[in-house]
Design a protein around this ligand. Structure first.
Ligand code: ZN
Ligand code: ZN
Length: 538
């Protein structure tokens, strides 16, 4: 039919998202990484050293969405893991969909889909570009980590059912599981992984990047444990507990990668004469990180094991798809803060505020305006005003905003707050860059709050919990993420130029010669062919 050569594309594109991986983890544990995992990607791929998240909140749902849409919550609509629907006045989980059910499940309750996502993903654009011949799959322990990357046109997204220890999907994609998935689930991978207890990979003295295990009071152990220390025993637990704990263990990453291989084999990805796309997100790094924090031996050990798992996965891809035949990018959906008590104990300003109780704020406002529940909810550091009540009671919304500022200026909340932002009057909030841009990009008119609280550095709201940690703020520890390109048409090199999470999708689109996603605001990252373009500069 056509004489011209077919357009060149990689056989398989793999997006590998490490949930909660800070950029500095590439170097924090560098000395103990082997040559085949992170270092193989860093030394043989293209390393974008300064990749920043360009919106708020820095959470999982928005992060995975931004990576694959090249867009921000203002446009793509995933304004949080949960966001508040301003019109319906109710909270919504980012991938909740009451019109679909879990496949092969008799209880038939509501399940998950990408329907809350308002823009296309780069995976959608690949499907459109090849008239749907490309196959696209999303795989993660977290439903949102698989669903949002794979987009609207995905063949399927698969996530983990922690009651059963199996992977599942919803009727949005198909009415039943494919045979290869049934076979994978029958292997009972979750069971065999949790029958191995979790002990340190190396002698304890090698973990010099972490707080000593037994004396740490910044961590919370697993259910049933007296102290949060090694070894973590799982083989004696009840099945449902083991299936759940697996999410927070290194074996959770291995189970996810085993599932990715089963999908490649079951669907013949990259072996059909079309470019296919596999979106893999490793969720266990986030579950564990929340519980133990970045200064724990648990986190260090998980990354050392993950390094080995990535090495094995790359070797697998070399054999199954072919060296240089696949394009892979490794990134993260967000980073994480240090545990605030750890920082305080070391004289670094930080804090965990007593939770911003809605009750206290509403009582304060009721004292002034004689109306209860003026604020509907506080979510993602955003305050949603009860607009119907404000209209009915004929209250002055600008005056109320002023009163909320006054409340934020009172102790105890005042000590933790840097700014109180009026989302529709950004000019009244003199925010320095890049916070200004992050707030604007994160503001979705129908899904974000009317005012946003920006905390002081080192502070975070984690429901008042003293152990563990969280993420979500504008600060570099939450927003500076790794980004490494590897494989098909990727030169060796690195750049110190600041790029953004929104640049990932248009860069993939450019490499594949397909249209950018329809809400994309990012720029294509130029790969400069150099070994190390910053080191010779003086
Ligand atoms: Zn996450
Ligand atoms: Zn998280």
């Amino acid at each position: 039919m056509h004489k011209e050569k077919k357009i060149e594309r990689p056989k398989l594109i793999i997006g590998l998202v490490i949930d909660q991986m800070r950029w500095d983890f590439l170097y924090r544990y560098y000395d103990h990484y082997g040559n085949g995992g992170f270092k193989r990607l860093m030394h043989h791929g293209y390393n974008c050293q300064h990749t920043m998240i360009d919106y708020l909140p820095a959470n999982t749902g928005p992060g995975h969405t931004c990576i694959y849409t090249g867009s921000v919550p203002s446009i793509h609509g995933i304004a949080g893991n949960d966001f508040y629907d301003v019109i319906d006045r109710r909270s919504r989980y980012c991938v909740a969909d009451s019109t679909v059910h879990q496949v092969d499940d008799s209880n038939n309750g509501p399940s998950f889909s990408p329907r809350n996502l308002l823009a296309t993903t780069v995976t959608d654009e690949l499907k459109l570009a090849t008239n749907m011949r490309s196959k696209v799959f999303g795989i993660a322990i977290k439903d949102r980590g698989g669903i949002l990357p794979a987009g609207h046109l995905a063949n399927a997204a698969y996530w983990y059912n922690d009651k059963k220890g199996t992977f599942t999907t919803s009727t949005y994609y198909a009415d039943r599981s494919p045979e290869w998935l049934k076979a994978f689930n029958n292997r009972k991978v979750a069971d065999s992984f949790t029958k191995q207890n979790w002990n340190l990979l190396y002698p304890e003295k090698d973990y010099y990047q972490s707080t000593q295990d037994a004396v740490s009071n910044y961590e919370k152990g697993f259910p049933g444990e007296k102290t949060p220390s090694f070894p973590h025993i799982t083989d004696t637990l009840a099945d449902t507990d083991r299936h759940s704990i697996l999410k927070s263990m290194p074996q959770g990453n291995d189970m996810t990668l085993a599932m990715a291989k089963a999908c490649i084999e079951g669907e013949q990805l990259g072996q059909r004469g079309e470019s296919d796309f596999l979106c893999v997100s490793l969720s266990s790094t986030d579950y564990l990180g929340h519980q133990f924090g970045p200064n724990s031996m648990e986190t260090e050990d998980m990354y050392l094991r993950l390094d080995q798992s990535i090495a094995a996965f790359l070797n697998y891809l070399d054999n199954a798809i072919g060296k240089g035949q696949y394009l892979l990018f490794l990134t993260a959906d967000h980073g994480v803060a240090h545990n605030a008590n750890f920082l305080l104990d070391n004289d670094v300003p930080a804090g965990i505020p007593s939770p911003y109780t809605l009750g206290n704020l509403n009582d304060y406002l009721a004292g002034i305006y004689k109306q209860n529940k003026i604020v509907d909810t506080i979510l993602n550091y955003q305050l949603y005003l009860n607009k119907p009540l404000i209209a009915t009671a004929n209250l002055d919304i600008e005056k109320i905003k002023g009163s909320i500022r006054d409340w934020c200026n009172k102790k105890p909340q005042a000590t933790s707050i840097a700014y109180v932002v009026d989302m529709e009057h950004m000019d009244r909030s003199p925010l320095p860059e890049p916070i200004y841009t992050l707030v604007v990009n994160g503001y979705n008119r129908l899904r974000s709050g009317d005012m946003e609280i920006i905390m002081n550095p080192g502070w975070y709201d984690y429901g008042g919990k003293q152990t563990g940690t969280t993420h979500g703020t504008w600060n570099p520890y939450d927003t500076h993420i790794p980004l490494i390109w590897y494989g098909w048409h990727v030169p060796k090199g690195e750049t110190d130029a600041t790029v953004h999470m929104t640049d990932i999708a248009p860069t993939v689109a450019a490499l594949l010669h397909i249209q950018m996603p329809n809400g994309c605001i990012g720029k294509v990252i130029p790969f400069e062919q150099n070994e190390n373009n910053n080191k010779s500069r003086d």
